[in-house]
Structure formats: structure tokens, C-alpha cells
Design a binder for this molecule. Structure first.
Ligand code: PRP
Ligand code: MN
Ligand code: MG
Length: 181
């Protein structure tokens, strides 16, 4: 059972839904004059958040995905960010909103932001569901944020440990014995 590995729920499915609706409303209002709005999801963690968020944005938009990785299977960032899959299309002239599940050291997003910015988008902003500010290693401006959380190792709603737990509906704290062997 997946749930046996969970210590407790940190953010419930209902709290997530309400926050995603709020973010969707704000984004819909901020981008209402854009005629080239592109949301870029960071694979794989952002897929659950992004699939809910796009359905709360009441505007024409396109989606694309980039896969970068900084973790491997450990709970600590390696500090090395690799592009595993690039975008399918150019971002030039588009209003780009990067969608991420969680900001930890900030290395993944700062790398993504700099790379996409160098490709001449009309604008570029960041939307993240979760932020662990205590772990930040690089400075980062986040335009849309769901929740600030303490330094717990969390899984669910897209977030994994060793590739698992992404399909949990709540954001949960993993039992330490699962990752402390
Ligand atoms: C996780 C998470 C963020 C990143 C945050 O991704 O989804 O993308 O780490 O950490 P950082 O701020 O220290 O860079 P991960 O590399 O585990 O890949 P995944 O999304 O495929 O799980
Ligand atoms: Mn990720
Ligand atoms: Mg991960």
C-alpha cells in the first residue's frame, strides 16, 4: 500500500484545489491581453499541478514541456542540472509562464529561467506550487506561488521520492524511515 509510507498529510486535496483555482483566476486576469500565451511545464513533477491549473485558466493558451533533472534518486540536490528533453517549439515572442511543482535550492528554475530568457520570449514569469525558502541556494523571483512550506520531504500531487508517490492526491510528508536507510 502506497499510504503506509506516509507520515501525515501536509496539504489536502481540497486546499490544493482551492489554491489552484485562485492561481488560475489571477493568471487569467494578468494574461488576458496576451495573444501568444505559453505555459511551460517542468517534467515530471509539474504535470499534476499543471494539468489542474490549465483547466482553471480561462484564456487561449498553449502548453509545452521541458525535462530537467537535479536530483537523481536522492533527497539532496546534486547541484547539477541537465536537460533531458527540450521544448518542441520556439518561445520567441511568446509570453512564457514556467510551471513548477516545488522550489528547493532554486537551481532547476534558475537554470530554466536563464535558458528560456536567452531565447527571446516577449515575457517570462514563474509559477510554483510549493516553495521551501529555507533551502534556497540561488536567488529567484517567483511571480505566482501556491504555498510556502517548511523543510519536510514531501511527496504526492506530482512530487516523487525515487520516482514513486506522484499519484497521491494530497501533498504528504514521507515517513523518514523510507528515505533514511
Ligand atoms: C524536483 C522538483 C523540482 C526540483 C526542485 O525535480 O520537481 O523540479 O527538483 O529542486 P531545486 O530547486 O533544488 O532544483 P526532480 O529533479 O526530482 O525531477 P522530477 O520533477 O522529474 O521529479
Ligand atoms: Mn521537477
Ligand atoms: Mg523528483
Amino acid at each position: 500500500m502506497l499510504n503506509n509510507d506516509i507520515e501525515r498529510v501536509l496539504i489536502t486535496e481540497k486546499q490544493l484545489r482551492e489554491k489552484v483555482e485562485q492561481l488560475g483566476k489571477k493568471i487569467s486576469s494578468d494574461y488576458k491581453n496576451s495573444d501568444n500565451f505559453l505555459m511551460v511545464g517542468v517534467l515530471k513533477g509539474a504535470v499534476v499541478f499543471m494539468s489542474d491549473l490549465i483547466r482553471c485558466v480561462n484564456l487561449p493558451l498553449q502548453i509545452d514541456f521541458m525535462a530537467v533533472s537535479s536530483y537523481g534518486t536522492s533527497t539532496e540536490s546534486s547541484g547539477v542540472v541537465r536537460i533531458l528533453k527540450d521544448l518542441d517549439e520556439s518561445v520567441e515572442g511568446k509570453d512564457v509562464l514556467i510551471i513548477e511543482d516545488i522550489i528547493d535550492s532554486g537551481l532547476t528554475l534558475s537554470y530554466m529561467y536563464n535558458i528560456l530568457k536567452s531565447r527571446k520570449p516577449a515575457s517570462i514569469k514563474i509559477c510554483a506550487l510549493l516553495d521551501k525558502p529555507s533551502r534556497r541556494k540561488v536567488e529567484l523571483d517567483v511571480d505566482y506561488l501556491g504555498f510556502e512550506i517548511p523543510d519536510y520531504f514531501v511527496v504526492g500531487y506530482g512530487l516523487d521520492y525515487a520516482g514513486k508517490y506522484r499519484n497521491l492526491c494530497d501533498v504528504c510528508v514521507l515517513k523518514p524511515e523510507i528515505y533514511q536507510d
